[in-house]
Design a protein around this ligand. Structure first.
Ligand code: PEP
Length: 264
Protein backbone atom coordinates (compact mmCIF):
# COMPACT_ATOMS: atom_id res chain seq x y z
CA UNK A 1 0.00 0.00 0.00
CA UNK A 2 1.31 3.43 -0.84
CA UNK A 3 0.72 6.48 1.37
CA UNK A 4 -1.16 8.48 -1.26
CA UNK A 5 -3.92 5.87 -1.62
CA UNK A 6 -6.37 5.49 1.28
CA UNK A 7 -6.78 1.74 1.80
CA UNK A 8 -10.25 0.33 1.19
CA UNK A 9 -11.66 -2.64 3.06
CA UNK A 10 -14.83 -3.74 1.28
CA UNK A 11 -17.25 -6.30 2.70
CA UNK A 12 -19.17 -8.22 0.05
CA UNK A 13 -22.07 -9.86 1.88
CA UNK A 14 -23.17 -11.76 -1.24
CA UNK A 15 -26.68 -13.24 -0.77
CA UNK A 16 -26.59 -13.16 3.05
CA UNK A 17 -28.51 -11.14 5.67
CA UNK A 18 -32.03 -9.84 5.06
CA UNK A 19 -32.88 -6.19 5.69
CA UNK A 20 -33.61 -6.72 9.40
CA UNK A 21 -30.44 -8.71 9.95
CA UNK A 22 -28.49 -6.07 8.04
CA UNK A 23 -29.59 -3.35 10.48
CA UNK A 24 -28.48 -5.38 13.51
CA UNK A 25 -25.22 -6.28 11.78
CA UNK A 26 -24.32 -2.71 10.82
CA UNK A 27 -25.10 -1.47 14.33
CA UNK A 28 -22.75 -4.08 15.81
CA UNK A 29 -20.09 -3.32 13.23
CA UNK A 30 -20.27 0.41 13.98
CA UNK A 31 -19.87 -0.25 17.72
CA UNK A 32 -16.95 -2.60 17.12
CA UNK A 33 -15.19 -0.06 14.91
CA UNK A 34 -15.81 2.73 17.43
CA UNK A 35 -14.48 0.59 20.30
CA UNK A 36 -11.38 -0.10 18.27
CA UNK A 37 -10.79 3.63 17.68
CA UNK A 38 -11.38 3.29 13.95
CA UNK A 39 -10.09 6.29 11.97
CA UNK A 40 -11.94 6.94 8.73
CA UNK A 41 -9.03 8.93 7.30
CA UNK A 42 -6.70 5.96 7.78
CA UNK A 43 -8.84 3.22 6.22
CA UNK A 44 -12.09 3.43 4.26
CA UNK A 45 -14.68 0.76 5.03
CA UNK A 46 -17.49 -0.10 2.62
CA UNK A 47 -20.28 -2.65 2.88
CA UNK A 48 -22.08 -4.31 -0.02
CA UNK A 49 -25.42 -5.69 1.19
CA UNK A 50 -28.02 -7.40 -1.03
CA UNK A 51 -30.17 -4.91 -2.97
CA UNK A 52 -33.15 -5.46 -0.66
CA UNK A 53 -31.09 -4.23 2.33
CA UNK A 54 -29.69 -1.07 0.78
CA UNK A 55 -32.43 1.31 1.88
CA UNK A 56 -32.31 0.04 5.47
CA UNK A 57 -28.53 0.32 5.67
CA UNK A 58 -28.54 3.72 3.96
CA UNK A 59 -31.07 5.02 6.50
CA UNK A 60 -29.00 3.72 9.43
CA UNK A 61 -25.74 5.15 8.11
CA UNK A 62 -27.45 8.51 7.54
CA UNK A 63 -29.31 8.64 10.86
CA UNK A 64 -26.29 7.70 12.99
CA UNK A 65 -23.68 9.34 10.75
CA UNK A 66 -21.75 6.07 10.59
CA UNK A 67 -18.30 6.06 8.96
CA UNK A 68 -19.27 3.45 6.38
CA UNK A 69 -19.56 3.69 2.62
CA UNK A 70 -22.33 1.80 0.89
CA UNK A 71 -22.16 -0.14 -2.36
CA UNK A 72 -24.21 -2.37 -4.63
CA UNK A 73 -23.10 -5.88 -5.58
CA UNK A 74 -23.98 -5.38 -9.25
CA UNK A 75 -25.84 -3.03 -11.60
CA UNK A 76 -27.44 -3.05 -15.02
CA UNK A 77 -25.69 -1.80 -18.14
CA UNK A 78 -28.96 0.13 -18.74
CA UNK A 79 -30.20 3.09 -16.73
CA UNK A 80 -33.93 2.37 -17.13
CA UNK A 81 -36.52 0.55 -19.20
CA UNK A 82 -37.73 -2.99 -19.87
CA UNK A 83 -35.06 -5.01 -18.04
CA UNK A 84 -36.94 -7.14 -15.55
CA UNK A 85 -34.97 -7.96 -12.43
CA UNK A 86 -32.10 -5.59 -13.20
CA UNK A 87 -31.08 -2.71 -10.97
CA UNK A 88 -30.13 0.68 -12.38
CA UNK A 89 -27.08 2.67 -11.35
CA UNK A 90 -29.46 5.65 -11.11
CA UNK A 91 -31.29 3.86 -8.29
CA UNK A 92 -28.05 2.92 -6.50
CA UNK A 93 -26.89 6.51 -6.65
CA UNK A 94 -30.25 7.65 -5.23
CA UNK A 95 -29.58 5.35 -2.25
CA UNK A 96 -26.26 7.11 -1.59
CA UNK A 97 -24.17 4.21 -2.84
CA UNK A 98 -20.59 5.28 -3.43
CA UNK A 99 -19.41 2.02 -4.99
CA UNK A 100 -20.69 -0.87 -7.07
CA UNK A 101 -18.98 -4.22 -7.67
CA UNK A 102 -18.77 -5.26 -11.33
CA UNK A 103 -17.50 -8.52 -12.79
CA UNK A 104 -17.42 -10.55 -9.59
CA UNK A 105 -16.48 -14.11 -10.52
CA UNK A 106 -19.84 -15.34 -9.20
CA UNK A 107 -21.61 -13.01 -11.67
CA UNK A 108 -19.28 -14.12 -14.44
CA UNK A 109 -20.01 -17.80 -13.74
CA UNK A 110 -23.66 -17.76 -12.51
CA UNK A 111 -24.84 -15.23 -15.12
CA UNK A 112 -22.31 -15.80 -17.90
CA UNK A 113 -21.19 -12.19 -17.82
CA UNK A 114 -18.61 -11.56 -20.52
CA UNK A 115 -15.78 -9.04 -20.32
CA UNK A 116 -17.82 -6.76 -22.60
CA UNK A 117 -20.80 -6.89 -20.24
CA UNK A 118 -18.52 -6.14 -17.29
CA UNK A 119 -17.07 -3.18 -19.20
CA UNK A 120 -20.62 -1.96 -19.94
CA UNK A 121 -21.42 -2.16 -16.24
CA UNK A 122 -18.28 -0.25 -15.28
CA UNK A 123 -19.31 2.42 -17.78
CA UNK A 124 -22.87 2.53 -16.39
CA UNK A 125 -21.41 2.98 -12.90
CA UNK A 126 -19.19 5.88 -13.89
CA UNK A 127 -22.03 7.46 -15.93
CA UNK A 128 -24.10 7.51 -12.74
CA UNK A 129 -21.43 8.87 -10.41
CA UNK A 130 -20.63 5.50 -8.82
CA UNK A 131 -17.14 4.09 -8.41
CA UNK A 132 -16.97 0.62 -9.97
CA UNK A 133 -14.92 -2.02 -8.20
CA UNK A 134 -13.83 -4.03 -11.21
CA UNK A 135 -13.15 -7.65 -10.28
CA UNK A 136 -10.65 -9.66 -12.30
CA UNK A 137 -9.04 -13.00 -11.62
CA UNK A 138 -7.98 -16.33 -13.02
CA UNK A 139 -9.38 -19.79 -12.34
CA UNK A 140 -7.14 -22.64 -11.18
CA UNK A 141 -7.12 -23.94 -14.78
CA UNK A 142 -6.15 -20.50 -16.12
CA UNK A 143 -3.36 -20.34 -13.56
CA UNK A 144 -1.99 -23.67 -14.71
CA UNK A 145 -2.30 -22.82 -18.38
CA UNK A 146 -1.30 -19.14 -18.52
CA UNK A 147 0.29 -18.25 -15.18
CA UNK A 148 -1.17 -15.67 -12.80
CA UNK A 149 -1.34 -12.33 -14.66
CA UNK A 150 -2.60 -13.03 -18.19
CA UNK A 151 -6.31 -13.54 -17.54
CA UNK A 152 -6.68 -10.66 -15.03
CA UNK A 153 -4.82 -8.36 -17.45
CA UNK A 154 -6.98 -9.42 -20.41
CA UNK A 155 -10.15 -8.88 -18.36
CA UNK A 156 -9.01 -5.46 -17.18
CA UNK A 157 -7.96 -4.35 -20.69
CA UNK A 158 -11.57 -4.64 -21.94
CA UNK A 159 -12.78 -2.41 -19.10
CA UNK A 160 -9.97 0.14 -19.43
CA UNK A 161 -10.83 0.51 -23.12
CA UNK A 162 -14.26 1.82 -22.09
CA UNK A 163 -13.20 4.12 -19.25
CA UNK A 164 -11.43 7.46 -19.41
CA UNK A 165 -8.20 8.29 -17.59
CA UNK A 166 -10.07 10.81 -15.42
CA UNK A 167 -12.60 8.19 -14.24
CA UNK A 168 -12.48 7.00 -10.65
CA UNK A 169 -12.43 3.21 -10.40
CA UNK A 170 -11.03 0.48 -8.15
CA UNK A 171 -9.64 -2.85 -9.34
CA UNK A 172 -10.01 -6.01 -7.26
CA UNK A 173 -7.68 -8.88 -8.06
CA UNK A 174 -9.60 -11.95 -6.98
CA UNK A 175 -8.13 -15.28 -8.05
CA UNK A 176 -11.19 -17.48 -8.48
CA UNK A 177 -9.42 -20.42 -6.84
CA UNK A 178 -8.95 -18.36 -3.67
CA UNK A 179 -12.56 -17.15 -3.31
CA UNK A 180 -14.34 -18.94 -0.49
CA UNK A 181 -11.76 -21.75 -0.57
CA UNK A 182 -9.82 -20.86 2.57
CA UNK A 183 -6.70 -20.93 0.38
CA UNK A 184 -5.64 -17.32 -0.11
CA UNK A 185 -2.99 -16.27 -2.60
CA UNK A 186 0.33 -15.46 -1.01
CA UNK A 187 1.16 -11.77 -0.58
CA UNK A 188 3.88 -12.28 -3.21
CA UNK A 189 1.37 -13.67 -5.71
CA UNK A 190 -1.06 -10.82 -5.01
CA UNK A 191 1.68 -8.21 -5.35
CA UNK A 192 2.93 -9.67 -8.65
CA UNK A 193 -0.52 -9.42 -10.25
CA UNK A 194 -1.35 -6.07 -8.62
CA UNK A 195 1.91 -4.63 -9.98
CA UNK A 196 1.08 -5.90 -13.48
CA UNK A 197 -2.46 -4.45 -13.25
CA UNK A 198 -1.07 -1.07 -12.18
CA UNK A 199 1.36 -1.11 -15.10
CA UNK A 200 -1.58 -1.78 -17.44
CA UNK A 201 -3.46 1.20 -15.96
CA UNK A 202 -0.37 3.34 -16.49
CA UNK A 203 -0.06 2.22 -20.14
CA UNK A 204 -3.70 2.94 -20.89
CA UNK A 205 -4.61 5.83 -18.59
CA UNK A 206 -1.27 7.38 -17.63
CA UNK A 207 0.85 7.80 -14.53
CA UNK A 208 -1.67 9.85 -12.52
CA UNK A 209 -4.40 7.24 -12.89
CA UNK A 210 -1.94 4.47 -12.02
CA UNK A 211 -0.77 6.33 -8.91
CA UNK A 212 -4.25 7.09 -7.56
CA UNK A 213 -6.19 3.93 -8.49
CA UNK A 214 -6.63 1.48 -5.65
CA UNK A 215 -6.01 -2.19 -6.32
CA UNK A 216 -7.53 -4.61 -3.82
CA UNK A 217 -6.79 -8.25 -3.20
CA UNK A 218 -9.70 -10.62 -2.59
CA UNK A 219 -9.87 -14.33 -1.83
CA UNK A 220 -10.04 -15.88 1.65
CA UNK A 221 -8.84 -12.71 3.39
CA UNK A 222 -8.95 -13.01 7.18
CA UNK A 223 -7.63 -11.02 10.14
CA UNK A 224 -4.68 -13.41 10.28
CA UNK A 225 -3.46 -12.77 6.73
CA UNK A 226 -4.51 -9.18 5.93
CA UNK A 227 -1.28 -7.60 7.22
CA UNK A 228 0.83 -9.62 4.78
CA UNK A 229 -1.15 -8.23 1.84
CA UNK A 230 -1.24 -4.67 3.12
CA UNK A 231 2.54 -4.55 3.47
CA UNK A 232 2.83 -4.88 -0.29
CA UNK A 233 3.34 -1.72 -2.32
CA UNK A 234 0.63 -2.34 -4.89
CA UNK A 235 -2.10 -3.83 -2.69
CA UNK A 236 -4.36 -1.06 -1.37
CA UNK A 237 -7.00 -3.00 0.48
CA UNK A 238 -9.19 -6.06 0.34
CA UNK A 239 -12.49 -7.27 -1.01
CA UNK A 240 -13.69 -9.58 1.74
CA UNK A 241 -16.47 -12.14 1.35
CA UNK A 242 -17.01 -14.72 4.10
CA UNK A 243 -15.07 -12.86 6.79
CA UNK A 244 -17.13 -9.71 6.22
CA UNK A 245 -20.13 -11.49 7.79
CA UNK A 246 -18.40 -11.85 11.15
CA UNK A 247 -18.29 -8.52 13.00
CA UNK A 248 -15.24 -9.37 15.14
CA UNK A 249 -13.31 -10.78 12.20
CA UNK A 250 -14.21 -7.95 9.79
CA UNK A 251 -13.40 -5.23 12.31
CA UNK A 252 -10.07 -6.97 13.03
CA UNK A 253 -9.33 -6.86 9.27
CA UNK A 254 -10.17 -3.13 9.25
CA UNK A 255 -7.73 -2.67 12.15
CA UNK A 256 -4.84 -4.03 10.07
CA UNK A 257 -2.67 -0.88 10.62
CA UNK A 258 -2.33 -2.02 14.27
CA UNK A 259 -0.67 -5.27 13.24
CA UNK A 260 0.79 -4.48 9.84
CA UNK A 261 4.30 -4.42 11.27
CA UNK A 262 3.93 -7.82 12.92
CA UNK A 263 5.05 -10.99 11.15
CA UNK A 264 2.19 -12.45 9.20
C1 PEP B 1 -15.46 -12.44 -2.58
O1 PEP B 1 -16.58 -12.94 -2.62
O2 PEP B 1 -15.22 -11.45 -3.26
C2 PEP B 1 -14.45 -13.06 -1.72
C3 PEP B 1 -13.23 -12.63 -1.81
O3 PEP B 1 -14.89 -14.07 -0.89
P1 PEP B 1 -14.04 -14.74 0.31
O4 PEP B 1 -13.41 -13.63 1.09
O5 PEP B 1 -15.05 -15.51 1.10
O6 PEP B 1 -13.00 -15.60 -0.32
Amino acid sequence: MAELRVPLIAGNWKMNLDHLQSIAFVQKLAWALKDAGYQEKQVEVAVFPPFTDLRSVQTLIGADDLPLALGGQDLSVHDDGAHTGDVSGVFLKALDCRYVIVGHSERRSDHHESDDVVAGKALAAVRNGLVPIVCVGETAEDLEQFGPSKVPLDQLAVVLDQLKSSDDYVVAYEPVWAIGSGQAATPDQAETVARALRAAIQDKHGADAAARTRILYGGSVKSGNIAGFMKRENVDGALVGGASLDVAEFSAIVRFPAHVTMDS
